[in-house]
Design a binder for this molecule. Structure first.
Ligand SMILES: Cc1cc2nc3c(=O)[nH]c(=O)nc-3n(C[C@H](O)[C@H](O)[C@H](O)COP(=O)(O)OP(=O)(O)OC[C@H]3O[C@@H](n4cnc5c(N)ncnc54)[C@H](O)[C@@H]3O)c2cc1C
Length: 377
């Protein structure tokens, strides 16, 4: 439980609480008044405090946090609901984790130094004649296809793309993850669009793009496991964000319920309102308990695929209900553009789709149970 953290993790949490007040709140105020350097100030302060390195591997100078530590921090930063918290953690290696040779020099190391930024091309459009594929010819792959939802693809330096590889004789060689420069010949942006929470994305096309086999992450045939290699950690991250959002909403609504209301009675004095607010708190308590239990199972090294799936579905769906409940209790003000709950309402919806849509995760969970006998859920 979050209440029974080991002493060192509790100390980390306290440092993070101070960081929110001393660094992030002033940085958010600076960002709001257009101060462009606020992000780099947060980054520098985070390096000094050690948070920055907690998402980076040791071999690259990082000091990776445990799942419990990262969960504590991510929940706390999300609960503060500050824009500047996105600058706290250093870039992680993502799917390039085990990159070697030119892949490491050209992509992985610049990413970890913050000099290059990658995007991730996984989702295929419904209209494609076939999923993105490549023909193997000597030392090169010749890649053709489309990806429909590449976040940050318009400005990324490169894209890590999942594709199916075919040998020269047309036989299947399996899936592969490849890194390609966004400006490589044959790569084009079909469409740019924004999603409701503010993210910017592109649909990309690949027309016979020549990719050195050296830019395959790992080996051909390992594409899908590589693409999903870090997915458990990312799902736990999303869960912590969702629970942090719940915490923010609870605090915000509590303050509102204590305030005078035009009816002459604070809303918090009304039993019907109390019932609604109690449900929001009960939901959050359950999600938070699930989150911390799951982080500890991940740290134990046990297989935790099903637990993380359950946690992601439960925490993100709970956050959807809690944010919605918050909007209902605040009333029309919460829907005015610029209100914190208006922004959260848009933001929380995407969490049930990213990193595994809820229904597909449910299906995976039951496959794990009925077909593989895995997990405690
Ligand atoms: C903010 C945001 C950022 C994103 N960033 C990226 C990115 O950087 N890179 C990337 O590659 N993608 C990205 N995506 C895309 C995201 O991964 C997909 O939206 C998600 O995987 C769902 O796929 P889909 O949209 O094609 O929907 P579909 O797969 O068509 O699913 C839609 C719905 O259909 C139902 N469904 C689908 N299949 C089944 C089934 N087999 N059985 C039962 N029900 C089913 C489910 O209810 C599901 O929610 C992003 C999406 C969002 C919202």
């Amino acid at each position: 439980m979050p209440e029974q953290l080991p002493v060192d993790v509790e100390a980390l949490r306290e440092r993070a609480v101070a960081f929110v007040d001393d660094v992030l709140r002033p940085a958010d105020a600076a960002l709001a008044s257009g101060g462009p350097e606020a992000g780099s100030r947060v980054r520098e302060a985070s390096k000094e405090a050690g948070f920055f390195y907690m998402t980076q591997p040791e071999e690259f100078g990082g000091r990776p946090g445990t799942s419990l530590e990262l969960t504590v921090l991510r929940e706390l930063f999300a609960a503060a609901n500050l824009q500047s918290s996105r600058f706290v953690f250093g870039p992680g290696p993502g799917v390039l984790h085990a990159a070697e040779g030119s892949l490491r020099e050209h992509y992985l190391l610049p990413v970890l130094r913050g000099e290059k930024r990658g995007a991730f091309g996984f989702t295929e459009p419904d209209s494609a004649p076939r999923p993105t594929w490549a023909k193997l010819d000597g030392d090169h792959l010749f890649m053709t296809g489309q990806k429909s939802y590449v976040t940050g693809g318009a400005t990324a330096d490169f894209v890590s793309v999942l594709l199916n590889v075919e040998n020269a004789d047309g036989s299947k060689a399996g899936t592969a993850m490849v890194a390609i420069d966004r400006t490589a010949e044959g790569v084009s942006i079909d469409r740019e669009f924004a999603s409701m929470e503010g993210g910017g994305h592109v649909a990309m096309k690949f027309d016979n793009v020549k990719v050195p086999v050296a830019h395959v992450v790992g080996k051909i045939g390992e594409g899908m496991p590589r693409a999903l290699g870090n997915i458990g950690n990312v799902r736990l991250l999303v869960s912590a964000q969702a629970v942090g959002m719940c915490q923010f909403v609870l605090g915000f609504v509590e303050a509102h319920l204590r305030k005078p209301h035009r009816s002459g009675v604070p809303l918090g004095d009304r039993e019907g309102v109390r019932m609604r607010y109690a449900d929001m708190r009960i939901d959050t308590y359950a999600a938070r308990s699930t989150l911390y239990r799951t982080a500890r199972i991940v740290d134990s090294g046990d297989n935790s695929v099903n637990e993380v799936i359950a946690c992601k579905v439960f925490c993100t769906e709970t956050a959807g209900r809690v944010v919605d409940g918050g909007v209902q209790l605040i009333g029309g003000q919460a829907l005015v553009k610029g209100h914190p709950l208006e922004a959260l309402y848009r933001e929380v919806r995407s969490l049930r789709l990213v990193e595994g849509a809820s229904d597909l995760l449910r299906i995976n969970l039951i496959k794990g149970k009925l077909e593989l006998e895995k997990g405690r859920v």
